[in-house]
Structures are given as C-alpha cells and as structure tokens.
Design a protein around this ligand. Structure first.
Ligand code: DI6
Ligand code: FE
Length: 402
C-alpha cells in the first residue's frame, strides 16, 4: 500500500542534527513527510517511496530546514519590567544602590505577586510571540518571582497555559530557590522550599524540573544541596544557575546529582567541565546576561569541548539581567562573545537545548518518529542565522506537523 502522509515538504536542504550523521546532518535535495504530527520520513527525495502520497505537498524551493528552535532557559512569565533600573544603571548606579531603592529581583517579585494568572499569561505572550516569530517551537519557563507557594504555582500555571494560546510546547521549571523573600528568615525559607513547595508543586504536576540560583548573592552550596535532595525525593530532575558571578561549586554539585544542565558558567573551570562531561550535564550558555551585565569573564568553552560537555544556548529572557527575546541574537552573541562555531550555535538551540530539557527523545533533531517541529529559513547558508543581527529570515514554522 502506498505510504500516506498528511504533508510532504520537497526540495529542501535539511539540517537534521541527526547525531548519526556528521556535522549538522545535512541532506541536500531532501524531503520531509509528516503524519499525525510526527515525522514519518526524512531523507533524500530520491529515497522517497515512488508511490508516496500526501494530502498536501509543499515545495520549499531549496530553502533550508532545521528543527524548530528550543529556548531551554527563560523567565518569560513575570510581572512588570525593569526599564527604570536599566536607566539608573546607565547613569552609574550600583547594583546595591538599585536594590536599596527597591530594585533587582525583589522588585520583579513585587510586580509578579500583584499580577493575576491572566495578567501573567498576557504579558508573557508578547515575548512568546517574539520567540515564535523566529522559529521557536519549545520554550522552558521558570518560576522564581513569586517566592510563596501560592505565587510560584500561579507562575507555573500561567506558563502551562501558554500553549492554549499559541502553538508551542512549554516545559516548566520550579525556581523557588531564586532569591530570599524579605519577609522570611533564611533557613525558614529553605525549609519552605524543600518541605512544602517542592512536594506541593510535584504533587500538582506543575514542574518538569527544579532549578536553584547557586550564588554568593543567592543560595549557598549547602542550601543548593538541600534543594536538590528535596527534588530527588519527589523524582524531579535538577539544574542550576551556577558559577555566574563567582565560583561556588554549583556546577560540580549539580553534576553529582545527575543534573540536566548547569547554566551561565562564566566562572566554571576545568574540573567543573570534567564533572559535567562525566555526568552528561549540558552547559547552557546565556550570552544575553553576559552582555547586559558587562561581564568580562567568559565560560570555559575549550574545556567543555575537551570534556565532551554538550553546549546549549538560551535567551535567559528575564526583566533584569537579560531582557532578550531573540534566539537568533542569542546565537550571534554566543558566536561572537564566546567563540562558538556556526555548527555549535545551531546545535545549541536545537539538539543540545532538547538534551538540556531531557526532551531529546521527542524533539531537537529531524528524525522519523519525532514531533514534526520545523523552522524553514530564507537563507543561502546556515551561517546567516548567527551572522545577521536584527534580520529575521524565517520563512515558515511548523509545530507538530502544522
Ligand atoms: N541569574 C540571572 O541572571 C537572573 N536570575 C538568575 O538567577 C537575574 C534575574 C533578575 O535579575 O530578575
Ligand atoms: Fe536565568
């Protein structure tokens, strides 16, 4: 019987990212077929069964196709913005002065606590639309601007509601351990996170993983360990904001818990890279935050390569340190500021970002059986994706075959 497809894309140049093929897994003169939202065929057009039929056949006129992009680290759900604080920083104010004037993470906490779930969804959607317009099909969203059980779960519910409004997959992360709320004593807050919030969020099925901001100005290494232990008790995978502003050891600790990823990593070193390589923990680089904070210390990319640490790139879209809602600009910044190759930048927002979310079985590459999430690009060379700044070459975007 002739194979029946819902849709067939022909005359495509395909970067499959299939790890069984070299480099980006390129197929020239390729074809992709979708059925029931999944990829039913991907390969050379010449290998398509001669009697294959599709309800709809689309010629891509030689355009490039990549997997739909994946933004694996965002704080896209939050109340308010910090434009006033940005103005103060440009006028020379220090972080401490801004915090004393009510700024910083806690000002976003105040704005987020005041926002209803509908407010949070509405404000997030404009940023989600920015990402979607550049071919993003999966977005990770963290909580962490509520810092009470009620407001953290409201953030997670808002994140989980986004796919009701847009064709996109959302993966949620509980980040109650982002900052210490003013009204609670430090150890009491750690207990609230580990004994109340993590079990409750897990029971409600609202989080896919647990994250900690492990930093001198946030959670100590010992506090981070307590949070990881609580996550492990309820069977949730962990990840960490680690070695962003100083070296505390969060990346190696995360690796010892089999973390999905360690993120930021400007102050990480050879030993951290070795531990991450052994554990299969992905290095998620966030060049938007590096840029906005005028950081000069760069993540140890050479060490990650030496220890075969997978490298992903994300926007870290948040109102303070990275008000960035462009995956393409994140790719450009990672190439220019951190020295990633074109192949690394493309793998970093597709295959390796899927790996960082524990979703590589289903997304991140173009292989038969995976969800049919495609980004179709009006470019001659894939290098144009990280090369051009402020130009959007997306021709089409397919989410789950549509
Ligand atoms: N690291 C960051 O750069 C952001 N969060 C984090 O853990 C900062 C978030 C903010 O400033 O609102
Ligand atoms: Fe972050």
């Amino acid at each position: 019987m002739a194979p029946k497809f819902d849709r067939l894309w022909r005359d495509a140049r395909i970067a499959t990212l299939d790890p069984r093929r070299p480099g980006l897994g390129v197929i020239e003169q390729g074809a992709i077929a979708g059925r029931d939202g999944r990829i039913a065929f991907v390969g050379a057009a010449a290998d398509l069964p001669a009697d294959a039929q599709a309800v709809e056949t689309i010629s891509l006129d030689g355009r490039w196709v990549t997997p739909g992009l994946i933004d694996c680290h965002t704080h896209i759900v939050h109340g308010g913005d910090r434009a006033r604080e940005f103005e103060m920083r440009l006028a020379g104010a220090t972080y401490a002065e801004i915090a004393a004037a009510g700024g910083g993470i806690l000002s976003t906490v105040a704005a987020t606590r005041q926002a209803s779930e509908a407010d949070l969804v509405a404000s997030a959607l404009s940023r989600v639309d920015d990402l979607i317009s550049e071919g993003v099909t999966t977005i990770e969203v963290k909580s962490g601007y509520g810092l009470t059980l009620e407001s953290e779960t409201r953030m997670l519910r808002a994140a989980r509601a986004l796919p009701q409004h847009r064709p996109v997959e959302v993966v949620t992360t509980f980040l109650g351990a982002h900052a210490f709320p003013k009204e609670v004593e430090r150890s009491a807050y750690v207990r609230a996170v580990t004994e109340i919030m993590i079990p409750a969020v897990s029971k409600a099925g609202l989080a896919d993983a647990v994250d900690v901001f492990c930093e001198g100005i946030a959670f100590s290494l010992d506090e981070t360990r307590l949070v990881f232990e609580a996550a492990s008790r309820v069977g949730l995978r962990v990840k960490a904001h680690a070695e962003q502003l100083s070296h505390l050891g969060g990346a190696a600790l995360a690796a010892s818990f089999g973390a999905l990823s360690a993120d930021h990593l400007e102050y990480a070193g050879e030993e951290d890279a070795a531990a991450m390589g052994r554990a299969g923990t992905v290095a998620v680089l966030l060049p938007g935050a590096f840029h906005m904070l005028r950081e000069t210390r760069k993540p140890p990319v050479e060490a990650f390569r030496r220890h075969a640490v997978p490298i992903a790139i994300a926007t870290d879209c948040n109102p303070g340190s990275s008000p960035l809602s462009s995956g393409l600009i994140a790719m450009n910044l990672a190439a220019i500021l951190f020295g990633l190759t074109v192949e690394e930048t493309i793998a970093g927002v597709t295959r390796e970002a899927a790996r960082a979310l524990g979703r590589l079985v289903d997304i991140g590459t173009l292989e038969a059986g995976k969800r049919a999430d495609l980004a179709i690009w009006d470019v001659e060379r894939l290098a144009e994706l990280p090369y051009r700044m402020g130009h959007n070459p997306l021709h089409g975007r397919v989410f789950a075959g549509k």
